[in-house]
Design a binder for this molecule. Structure first.
Ligand code: OGA
Ligand code: MN
Length: 286
């Protein structure tokens, strides 16, 4: 049995008693997949992982996404979020890194702009700053459950357009190249995901541009209202990182965002893997 302690009354659990680097048996892995369905965010303290160990563990949740072209770690399953340069010292961020960091500070589901967006993400803290740099999560299942039944019924079956070029342009027009825009044309995603055995979830975040069948103003008002509902304190958890924490989240149940830290004087080195989705969100909703 894996030992779980809830992180908030609503979602999230801390898991102790496992040594992930040694590899887990099939029964423990099955329990963790269930725990991820149930809790949406799993925190594993004290896991000293190298990239190979993180990849091996991540694959226990399903096949991994390859990092998109143009991002650090492109072509491999590992995304490096770091301000440490190749010589081991704090590197002056490239313009692109600064802007990517800015984009990560908006509430999002990883890769919601892909036709089949990510199921889960795993982020390990190799080095953390002395202050700031928390990662925050918001429960989209709690948000959906808090709506009255009439509104739940009205939202079910709706389709949101997720548009990478649009959302990145909102952060900074210089952030997205024409090539990237071409690689990620707008995609249709279910507004309510029905795939979780413990209850439906809203699915929105920074890439959600509009709702099909609504005009722009009506779309924006609805998206903003649902995002504000989901990200209220009662439905959120702020993870204050300790070195060697590993955090796993269900992108189809929570939003997340990065928070600021002193990027030019403090070191932060994080490694992420992403478990691919097995089905488009619309198929899962149908
Ligand atoms: C991510 C992400 C936030 C952070 O890894 O997908 O959004 O705090 N990270 O680094
Ligand atoms: Mn992210």
């Amino acid at each position: 049995m894996v030992e779980t302690t809830p992180l908030t009354p609503v979602f999230g659990a801390r898991i102790r008693g496992l040594d992930i680097g040694r590899g887990l048996d099939a029964a423990s892995m099955a329990e963790l997949r269930d725990a991820l369905d149930r809790f949406s965010v799993l925190v594993f303290p004290e896991q000293r992982l190298d990239d190979a160990a993180q990849i091996a563990f991540s694959e226990g949740f399903g096949p991994l996404e390859r990092t998109r072209p143009g991002a650090p770690g492109a072509g491999s399953p590992v995304v490096v979020l770091s301000n440490i340069g190749p010589d081991g010292t704090i590197a002056p961020p490239t313009d692109k890194q600064v802007l990517n960091n800015k984009a990560n500070r908006l509430w999002h589901h990883d890769s919601s702009f892909k036709p089949v967006p990510a199921r889960a993400s795993l982020l390990s803290a190799r080095e953390i700053p002395s202050a700031g740099g928390d990662t925050e999560f918001a429960s989209m299942r709690a948000a959906f459950a808090s709506l009255d039944p009439a509104e739940q019924a009205a939202l079910r079956g709706r389709v949101a357009i997720h548009d990478f070029g649009w959302s990145r342009t909102r952060v900074d027009a210089a952030l997205v190249t024409e090539a990237e825009r071409g690689q990620h044309p707008p995609v249709r995603q279910a507004l309510v995901l029905e795939e979780n055995p413990h209850g439906p979830a809203l699915y929105l975040g920074a890439h959600a541009r509009s709702i099909e069948g609504m005009d722009e103003a009506e779309s924006r008002a609805l998206i903003d209202r649902l995002m504000a509902l989901a990200t209220q304190p009662a439905f959120t958890y702020a993870h204050k990182w300790q070195p060697h924490d590993l955090v796993v989240w269900d992108n189809r149940a929570v939003l997340h965002r990065a928070t600021p830290f002193a990027t030019t004087t403090e070191r932060r080195h994080m490694v992420r893997t992403c478990v691919a989705g097995t089905a488009p969100t619309l198929a899962a909703a149908a």
